[in-house]
Write a protein that binds this ligand. Structure first.
Ligand SMILES: [Zn+2]
Length: 89
């Protein structure tokens, strides 16, 4: 099938100029999306030459949107438990 080398990275842009990838080789969009740590981050595919490519496939883009939506919904329950939370002042 020739898809063994395909992977994804979570990326964000630094001041809109520099694109920085997370450096992992995510096997699917779901785990790459979970790796996004900054608002405005997104997911790109990486081709076999290590170049970023946009999610140009309808299926990939749709999956990204779905996972992002889910990620967003769960954000409230992702407050780190060990840390004091400044909200209760
Ligand atoms: Zn990652």
């Amino acid at each position: 099938m020739g898809k063994a080398k395909k992977y994804y990275e979570a990326v964000f842009t630094d001041s809109g100029t520099c694109m920085i990838g997370c450096g992992h080789k995510h096997q699917n969009i779901t785990t790459a999306t979970a790796c996004i740590s900054q608002p405005g981050g997104y997911v790109v595919g990486v081709n076999r030459w290590g170049k970023f490519r946009q999610l140009n496939d309808e299926e990939e883009e749709a999956e990204f949107q779905r996972v992002m939506f889910d990620h967003d919904k769960r954000r409230d329950s992702k407050v780190p438990l060990g840390l004091p939370h400044a909200k209760n002042v």
